[in-house]
Design a protein around this ligand. Sequence first.
Ligand SMILES: NC(=O)c1ccc[n+]([C@@H]2O[C@H](COP(=O)([O-])OP(=O)(O)OC[C@H]3O[C@@H](n4cnc5c(N)ncnc54)[C@H](OP(=O)(O)O)[C@@H]3O)[C@@H](O)[C@H]2O)c1
Length: 307
Amino acid sequence: MNAVIFRSFGGPDVLESAHLPRPEPQAGEVLIRVHAASVNPIDYKIRSGHFHRASITLPAVLGRDVAGTIADVGAGITDLAPGDEVYAFLGSHSGGYAQFALARANEVARKPRSLDYIQAAAVPLAATTAWQGLFDHGRLQAGQRVLIHGAGGGVGHFAVQFAKAKGATVIATVSPEDVDLVQTLGADEVIDYKAQRFEDRTAHIDLVFDLIGGDTQTRSWAVLKNGGTLVSTLQQPSVEEARKHHAHVSVFMAEPRREQLVAIAKLIDAGKVCVAVSHTHSLFDAREAHDELEHEHSTGKLVLTVA
Ligand SMILES: NC(=O)c1ccc[n+]([C@@H]2O[C@H](COP(=O)([O-])OP(=O)(O)OC[C@H]3O[C@@H](n4cnc5c(N)ncnc54)[C@H](OP(=O)(O)O)[C@@H]3O)[C@@H](O)[C@H]2O)c1
């Protein structure tokens, strides 16, 4: 099968085309014929050697998100069959930048019927992260005020829609390019982070969902209610500040959960959540896609098409 691999850590030019043997699904696994795979920041962080370096065996195939059709199933898989249309949030045992990818049963679900493969591939990792950050870690409730930093990106644009679907009031910080999109997605207040300081515009926040880290996270203490919650995908919030604000804090790594992929597909098919794909590249232009996500502004998601 065709794939894009990397043999050493470095810039986008370490990505190269290769022919690999088609994997065989083992018990509890499915083999997916990949039609599209999305690019996430974790892909370039792994490629550059800044993340999970010690646990990566090279050469490796990147890519945590795929959409495609079931090509084969391993023993014990009874609810999916060849030809079924699926999407998956792959664990680190697999890679989506290839014509075929293995997924464990817990990582794969039927793709939202209303999406094509390109849109469906943009969903799993980013939407699962948004879901787990808001609901599993943030325990967001209807009527609460949530501040989402980085709301125009892959995770953020799902988080805005999930929080609105839950009945929360959403305050969003975004790049100027994303103000219109995030308003259209339903955010109640949208703050251009390059033009205004969010702490001058908002206050009394029940939950801060931090997709940026650094100074943005530190400044968020000023707007969090006493007893509120600060959840980050990037950086452990200060325990000292948490104590002062009687706050609940967490940093987390999203994990594939089939029941969440099913719930997310239902919301999408009900028309409550849409998917923003800013650009597509062919699999063999993965270098350009990495360069773009790492160095340029991108709204929503970047997706690789796989022939
Ligand atoms: N822990 C986990 O399991 C997990 C899972 C998914 C993602 N993540 C991490 O979470 C972060 C977000 O992921 P993503 O996929 O949503 O990334 P993304 O698609 O690159 O989106 C990030 C967005 O934040 C905007 N931004 C940058 N600085 C900002 C600021 N100071 N205030 C507000 N917005 C700002 C960016 O706009 P500009 O480009 O114009 O700056 C971009 O639109 C990444 O660092 C990623 O690695 C972690």
